[in-house]
Design a protein around this ligand. Sequence first.
Ligand code: ADP
Ligand code: MG
Length: 647
Amino acid sequence: MSNKQKHSFQAEVAQVLHLVTHSLYSHPEIFLRELISNASDACDKLRFEALHDPALYGDQPQLEVRISFDKEARTLTVTDTGIGMSEQEAIDNLGTIAKSGTRAFAAKLSGDDKADSQLIGQFGVGFYAGFIVADKMTVESRRAGLPPEQGVRWVSDGSGDFEVETITRAERGTSVILHLRDDALEFADGWRLKELIGKYSDHISLPIKMEGEKWEEAEQEGQPGRMVKTGEWETVNQANALWTRPKKDVTDEQYVQFYEQLAHDWQPPLAWTHNRVEGSTEYTQLLYLPSHAPMDMWDRDRRTGVKLYVKRVFIMDDAEQLLPRYLRFVKGVVDSADLPLNVSRELLQESRDVKIIREGNTRRVLALLEDLAKAPAGEQPAEGAEAKTDGDQAPADKYATFWREFGAVLKEGLGEDTGNRERLLKLVRYASTQSDTPTVGLADYKARMKEGQKAIYYITADTLAAAKNSPQLEIFRKKGIEVLLMTDRVDEWSLGFVREFDGTPLQSVAKGAVDLGDLQDEAEKKAAEEAAEAVKPVLDRLKAALKDQVEDVRVTTRLVDSPACLVVKDAGMSMQLARMLKQAGQDVPQTKPVLEINPEHPLVKKLEGSAHFDDLAHILFDQALLAEGGLPDDPAAYVRRVNALLV
Ligand code: ADP
Ligand code: MG
């Protein structure tokens, strides 16, 4: 009796299959990494479910992966004793892609096989990598807890559809049987497989077993001998969790390999820190700084972040309680001896131990960053964390890389983590009027401050060009005073939490009146006062003309080449932030800016006695708005006024 059912692959799967077989064939070996990773996931899942229901183990307590091959039959089989799949699960999990990642996956394919082959595991489509080497895949499985006669066989040749039938399977777990293509027979070889397991899967914390082989001489003289199976299964990987080994026993290469598997990232990490923490709460942490931001930020389900283990039992992916949000780029493992095995996400939120671990993790990551940033002499040394790094990038270059990829995320910490704000302030970097790249630290800035300068000046804008060309910078540029140029969306918000750095206040050049204090000499001050006096009658008329647009009109010394600019009052929200919030659909309290005018500018001088005073006043205001990235409320009126003057 046949109970075979035919199913079609979800359209996206068919697309992935096509990609797999047509673009990844030059790196066929990655299929093994993916299948072993799935086997390992399946064992983790069983271990976890069995915490609540130990009966799931049945009479097979052993969790393991077995890899076997048959040269004659041209098959390679990866078997695990993990959670297995029911018939419906096989249909769902192997016939559809749950996450809507396929399109993005396809879009990322670059045509460079090496890079592309690294993508496949990141997008939750690893299973299909089997079709790189197989023209047919058979999956036989039985879910833990189901009786032997509720096993399932899933078969597909990787084109449009797959077949599913009920089978009897004695063992819990899954066997993936690859029917190797002619050009993939190299994988039906014990040496080759062991080599690949060593390369990709050494740190799977589960034994990977292969049947032993021995050389057998031919019975007839003159005939070649052959390898025969001994019937003994031997473990071919290290099979112990890397983080439990003492640091001195782990090579840099092993750390990097472990990272690659953990993070599904085939570019080496920038640095890592590995510590066993003892005290009231005991735990092991192995935390990595990736060298690039993930390509699939869009996929909120992606398993990243820090994995939580309790006494080596995998508990959950992406345990967001273990690090503050502003360190969400960190990947790694935390293994705690103190948490209960049945810990849930809800419980994590309340646990005192988790709070301690989170603080410990934060300290370590910051110390790691401080090491890379190479805090100048005189700073307190990073507390015992040793930044282990890979490759030959100098630490300073690594920090620049880190900052480029994750700096904007780290800055969120200025607002979120009051306790570590001081440390974070030493880690932040900005562009400035002296550097187009964000490499200027606040300490660097302070060291370059002019005599008599009392504040660290900064400006926020949407783009570097807008920041650099802002009229508000004119006087600073003239006097050679450095101004930090901030263009990340988070800057304005995060600096709202920062009053000062190392005793020096931070001052936005777009907020409040400029008081360059001692930076101005007596002659300059006097000239400014005289000019202000002369322009006074104009001020009142401007105020009247622009009363709907501005809070106040005043004279400034900050402008050199521009006639006017807009600023907000000291405590006000910058106009840039207000615009940003408005774009994000938020209610922004309507605050009017202050119009500052340059009394020395010909246009301003021309105002008095002009027959077009009103038009000029509005043009002045609209241009100031344009100059700092805004748009006139009524652009058509602006154009009309300017044209009227032009003709
Ligand atoms: P991912 O592992 O990222 O989820 P895969 O394409 O590698 O994506 O696997 C798809 C799904 O198939 C898995 O999520 C899992 O539900 C199921 N699966 C694959 N291999 C196994 C296995 N050995 N045991 C149990 N389930 C499996
Ligand atoms: Mg997988």
